[in-house]
Design a protein around this ligand. Sequence first.
Ligand SMILES: O=C(O)C1=C[C@@H](OP(=O)(O)O)[C@@H](O)[C@H](O)C1
Ligand SMILES: C=C(OP(=O)(O)O)C(=O)O
Length: 449
Amino acid sequence: MTDHSESLVLWPAPSAPGAVDATVTVPGSKSVTNRALILAALAADPGWLRRPLRSRDTLLMADALRSLGIGIEETVSSSSAVSGLPRGRGESWRVIPAAPQAPATVDVGNAGTVMRFLPPLAALADGPVAFDGDPRSHERPLRSLIEALRALGARIEDGGRGAMPLTIHGTGSLDGGYVEVDASSSSQFISALLLSAPRFNQGIEVRHTGRTLPSLPHIRMTVDMLRRAGAQVDAPDSGGEPNVWRVAPGALLGGDLVVEPDLSNAQPFLAAALVTGGTVTIPDWPARTTQPGDALREIFTEMGGRCVLDDRGLTLTGTGRVRGIDADLSQVGELTPGIAAVAALADGESVLRGVAHLRLHETDRLAALTKEINALGGDVTETEDGLRIRPRALHGGVFHTYEDHRLATAAAVLGLVVKDIEIEDIATTGKTMPDFPDLWHRMLAGDVD
Ligand SMILES: O=C(O)C1=C[C@@H](OP(=O)(O)O)[C@@H](O)[C@H](O)C1
Ligand SMILES: C=C(OP(=O)(O)O)C(=O)O
């Protein structure tokens, strides 16, 4: 949790003039976009991504794949290339796969999906691929993935750190086969190994050996997207052994995928309806999805909202009264900062559990939320695996964001009802939602669709 506050611009968080009433179209899912890019890069024929997310994390992924020789062409059409999509929203990426080329260098930024999903693909290149990223990328967990790749036949130079920076010396193919991995610090280790596994000589059999496993919906998303791309996958959910995933070697199809809206990035907008007693609709909310953000329907209902999912999308209506919650968020960890913000405005205590691994996300999210909400007069305590949040009247002040997009959007929710909050480095939302400040202002003006 590094404080860069001296040099960063402060953004006056806008107050809500009253109950928010808006329809907000949120950009595409980071998790879906970055998985789709990897799968399309490994496919046997070109593929399309429609409405991909363009943000720091996904542009880093696209740039990394380009540096490995994969073609990614952007098309912005004024009339939609996708039947049924409104005009102007038909932007697409065409991915032209190729055998990964080396030497290459990859900037992972602070993107978990780039620093975890790309090394297995880079191990298929014929030569060295050097990885580095933001200072925080050097601290985020990677050791179990590095060791698993070594066990599958990769040569990796990491100076013994078990972390970024590192260089993978590929030989043009990877054996694959059976491997054990402790993914208790990040589900992304399992997703990373599965995504490239159809291209390993023997495919893969991965066994998770840790005590806990966070973010299972994100692993389901990986399995679902692999199957849609033609891979044969056995998973615990589909009658397989607990904690074991198998992917058979085989060709992947290029395909044509419309990326779902990012439901975790819909969170601050839904929270705006909840805390102001307003109504917010998110169009295109999928009827079925593996995104963890879908859990917001249940969580925000328990916290006092009313959710309706129909052909307009998801509509949340608040009463202005927010209830505290006692919840295990281990499966939906990335929702924690936004839930913590709403909980700080509730009329009863909240206990958020099962999220110790958030200490190693973009920043130490448990420490950062505790420090920043308490600096506004709040009463947040860190527990061993989460947060205890007791309601207290909050006041204005600077909210530091530690280069964490979800800290920034959580602070914006507080700013709706607490006067004079200034958010440090709102541009950090560019990691997954570069349009956030504009969408937020437009939501408050009621003119977003
Ligand atoms: O696979 C993914 O797309 C993600 C998995 C989760 O990571 P962890 O399992 O490391 O929490 C989540 O928090 C992250 O935002 C995205
Ligand atoms: C944890 C997150 O991201 P990453 O993909 O960098 O792990 C997040 O977006 O909340």
